[in-house]
Design a protein around this ligand. Structure first.
Ligand SMILES: C[S@@+](CC[C@H](N)C(=O)[O-])C[C@H]1O[C@@H](n2cnc3c(N)ncnc32)[C@H](O)[C@@H]1O
Length: 294
């Protein structure tokens, strides 16, 4: 397996997200996510009236997986989906449950996630590799689907990461991104948005959120067609409103168990709070599902 590193230009330009910071953050804070999601989904949810329970977080988090899966429009028969920034493989395991003919391959920077995520995938057709999603060892034109769920923000939804998705996809394969984006340039954000945005990026080691119009343009420039951008902020909001309760619950559990809250756990809690604050600035931030075809 070839070793990978984030291109120098990315590291030089990055203000927040050095690869070591991201790795350290996820190596320390990933176990906290078991409090957020029994299925270890490290993302927000998608609310559908009648089929998801707004008080049961995992129903919404798994609905997000389902929405993303449906947009891949996988062909019948044997297929492979790559998850760029797969965390503990929550999305991969969800997809594998839905489709017995599917194989999945995920990449993450965190050795903890590789070790523990692969344990959860044992006996299933899935594997997690420690690789940079801007430069994976996945062969060109080899997979039917690619997803990036709240992961490409770590590289500011960089053109390198989008190009990598294009490279590994087979013709007519689909790429689905689920993530928060900016509606305008960072310099145009109001004071409150700008403040919470900086705190959010620092706490979660994000290079920054892409500006939605620019990301759409970049996808088309790379060669993707049928680029569809859906603003699903209102669908995501019910799970975002779980954040304050999850923070208080998590802290209480640490006190009961006489555990010290680790520094990266604090970063995670602070960033989660600022994600909620940012989400309230609806003129500046939105949560989107982007679908694009090669
Ligand atoms: C918030 S988690 C989301 C995990 C997963 N997609 C989910 O929804 O459960 C972000 C993930 O992106 C990964 N990540 C960030 N930058 C990366 C990079 N350059 N290459 C590979 N993975 C990266 C992290 O290691 C982490 O697994």
């Amino acid at each position: 397996m070839k070793t990978t590193s984030i291109p120098l230009t990315y590291q030089q330009e990055s203000k927040n997200a050095l690869r070591e910071d991201i790795t350290h953050f996820y190596d320390e804070a990933t176990s906290d996510y078991s409090f957020w999601s029994k299925d270890l989904n490290m993302h927000f949810g998608y609310f559908v009236l009648g089929s998801t329970n707004p008080f049961k977080r995992d129903t919404m988090l798994n609905e997000m997986n389902r929405q993303i899966y449906n947009r891949l429009q996988l062909i019948d028969g044997k297929t492979t989906v790559a998850d760029l920034g797969c965390g503990m493989g929550g999305t991969m395991r969800n997809f594998l449950k839905k489709n017995k003919q599917l194989s999945t391959i995920g990449v993450t920077l965190s050795p903890f996630q590789v070790r523990e995520g692969n344990k959860l995938l044992k006996g299933k057709k899935g594997m997690i590799l420690k690789e940079n999603y801007c430069e994976t060892s996945i062969p060109s034109h080899s997979v039917e689907g690619v997803v990036g769920v709240e992961s490409l923000c770590h590289s500011g939804h960089s053109k390198e990461s989008l190009r990598e998705a294009f490279r590994i996809l087979k013709p007519r394969g689909r790429f689905v991104i689920g993530d928060a984006f900016l509606k305008k340039e960072p310099s145009q954000l109001c004071f409150g948005s700008s403040f919470s945005y900086k705190k959010l990026c620092k706490g979660w080691s994000l290079d920054g959120l892409g500006v939605i119009s620019k990301v759409e343009k970049n996808l088309k420039e790379i060669g993707f067609s049928k680029v569809t951008v859906e603003d699903i902020s209102f669908r995501v909001a019910p799970s975002v409103f779980h954040v304050p309760f999850a923070i208080v619950g998590f802290l209480m559990l640490q006190v009961f168990q006489h555990k010290k809250v680790k520094s990266q756990s604090w970063n995670n809690l602070k960033a989660s709070f600022y994600a909620l604050v940012s989400g309230l600035h609806m003129n500046d931030f939105g949560y989107y599902l982007i679908t694009a075809e090669k």
